[in-house]
Design a protein. Structure first.
Length: 507
């Protein structure tokens, strides 16, 4: 609907839209030579910066324009509109709008609109001032050495945190809006010359195809644009660390910032990227390579240890050392449940403890996770419900899962683990290895925005094996001269060491 010349018609339309909305602030007042031109200003309380409204808008409209010399005093709606556009409002970010519904949308986003009697355009002034918790430390991706700041729920705060790390005019932030009712701001952040055009086009296409009432969190976008919704493995990387997002952008990937959430999305994502921590690149390569190997080994045991235990103890006990087998057999005497039931019951008990620890306040949650696990495990053993070895296996599985730096990948392993347990309980080692092969086949079939999920272990010839320098091992930074496969082939080189630096390295 276009804005009407009659301000009363516009006011009636807007006030009907905002009926019973007591947080809406609106005011009608006259200006002009004979005070015959009426203005109507409207904004949402506490979603705006009141200092900007009072000093840059209200002060200009009610004092400066009213006190202008008689010859310069606007005497019609269009004259007043031009006077405001030409400097009557002392804020840089203003624009005009002819559609009243779009102007109302601007109000809902924290801006202020000014309607003028006799003018078919509205002035929109940027006055956003949302309440925000500011920049805090990362909670889910904690590091000992490295940046401590994290993203917050503020959209512009998050874009600034990225912009301050990449001060390049090639850094683009393409802003979109999703949600018929929420009208959530979305930003695609990428380096114009480094990103692959086909991946950028595919990302935009998938986002533009989203038609939903509201986008409340970045998790909504993740689920709506991922390649395979049936897979338990994450195909899009989430992070709350600005340094990690900036590193991904420099690699040629795309960061999707969603308003009202502290987690941003990174596309594409391969499995190896979920094992990489921000701390890996600020400490020495030797220790971080050692830690990286531990993560991979721990992830195998996090998903396979219960199934392996079931296979060996039930179907293939002869493969165990005799002393260990006698110990385990003696510990199981009097236990009423089969080994499979023991494992599943204890796994579910630890899952329940994990969830309870998350929901409780942090000071109590960590205590509950440790003390509760010890008490339940010890009590179950003393009561003869489970054997001590089962408690050790389940606890070791949980401990290994905590060593993986990405919670989304851990969640995938938590589900896959039960598939391996079931296969192992039915077919022994054959079922165990069959389950692992099925999972591997599934991983090989996955793609993230046309990039193979298990890259660089697949399609190695595309990068001449250079991407393997940052997988199981994190080689020295000066060796990683090329960007990963995500980058535009014309921008593969990211480091060019000087001759004297190369000479020093050789010496």
């Amino acid at each position: 609907m276009n804005i009407n010349k009659s301000i009363d018609i516009n006011i009636e339309y807007i006030e009907n839209l905002f009926k019973d909305c007591n947080d809406i602030v609106k005011r009608k007042f006259p200006v002009g030579k004979d005070k015959n031109v009426w203005l109507y200003i409207i904004y949402i309380d506490d979603m705006t910066d009141r200092v900007v409204i009072d000093e840059s808008i209200m002060n200009s409209l009610m004092i400066k324009i009213r006190q202008a010399p008689p010859d310069n005093m606007p005497n019609s709606g269009m004259e007043l509109f031009n006077a405001i556009k030409d400097g009557g409002v002392t804020t840089a970010d203003i624009k005009d709008e002819t559609d009243i519904d779009k102007a109302v949308d601007e109000v809902l986003m924290g801006n202020t609109i000014v309607l003028i009697d006799g003018c078919e355009k509205a002035i929109i002034a940027s006055t956003k001032g949302f309440p925000s918790r500011g920049v805090n430390q990362a909670d889910t991706e904690v590091v000992v050495q490295g940046s401590k700041d994290s993203f917050s729920e503020g959209f512009r705060i998050n874009t600034v945190l990225v912009r301050r790390r990449i001060r390049d005019t090639k850094l683009k932030m393409k802003q979109l809006r999703l949600g018929r009712r929420s009208k959530t701001d979305i930003a695609l952040v990428y380096l114009e010359d480094v990103v692959r055009e086909e991946i950028l086009a595919e990302t935009e296409k998938r986002i533009n195809e989203i038609d939903i009432d509201a986008i409340i969190d970045s998790g909504y976008v993740e689920q709506l644009i991922q390649d395979d919704y049936l897979s338990p493995f994450p195909q899009i990387q989430l992070t709350e660390r600005p340094d990690k997002a900036a590193s991904a952008i420099l690699e040629g990937r795309i960061v999707i910032i969603v308003d009202n959430t502290p987690f941003v999305l990174i596309v594409p994502a391969v499995m190896a990227s979920f094992y990489q921590s921000a701390e890996d690149y600020v400490q020495r390569w030797e220790i971080m390579s050692f830690v990286r190997v531990i993560r991979y080994i721990a992830s195998f045991f996090a998903v396979a240890l219960p199934g392996l235990y079931i296979s060996l103890t039930i179907f293939h006990p002869s493969m165990l050392p005799l002393d260990l087998l006698l110990k385990m057999t003696g510990a199981r005497q009097g236990v009423p449940m089969p080994t499979v039931v023991e494992i599943i019951v204890m796994e579910l008990a630890f899952e329940t403890l994990r969830e309870a620890g998350i929901r409780l306040p942090s000071a109590i949650g960590s205590t509950l996770g440790i003390v509760g696990g010890i008490i339940i495990g010890q009590s179950a053993v003393e009561a003869g419900l489970v054997s001590p070895m089962v408690v050790i296996v389940v606890a070791a599985t949980a401990l290994c899962s905590f060593s993986i730096p990405n919670i989304a990948l851990v969640s995938g392993f938590r589900l896959v683990k039960y598939f391996i347990i079931i296969m192992s309980s039915l077919l022994g080692l054959f079922g165990f290895w069959s389950a692992l092969i099925i999972i591997l086949i599934h991983l090989v079939s996955l793609k993230s925005f046309s990039i193979p999920y298990i890259f660089p272990f697949a399609a190695v010839n595309k990068t001449n094996k250079s991407d393997k320098k940052d997988t199981f091992l994190r080689l020295p930074i000066f060796m990683m001269k090329k960007r990963p496969i995500f980058a535009n082939p014309s921008q593969k080189i990211r480091m060019d060491l000087k001759d004297n630096v190369n000479k020093r390295r050789k010496e």
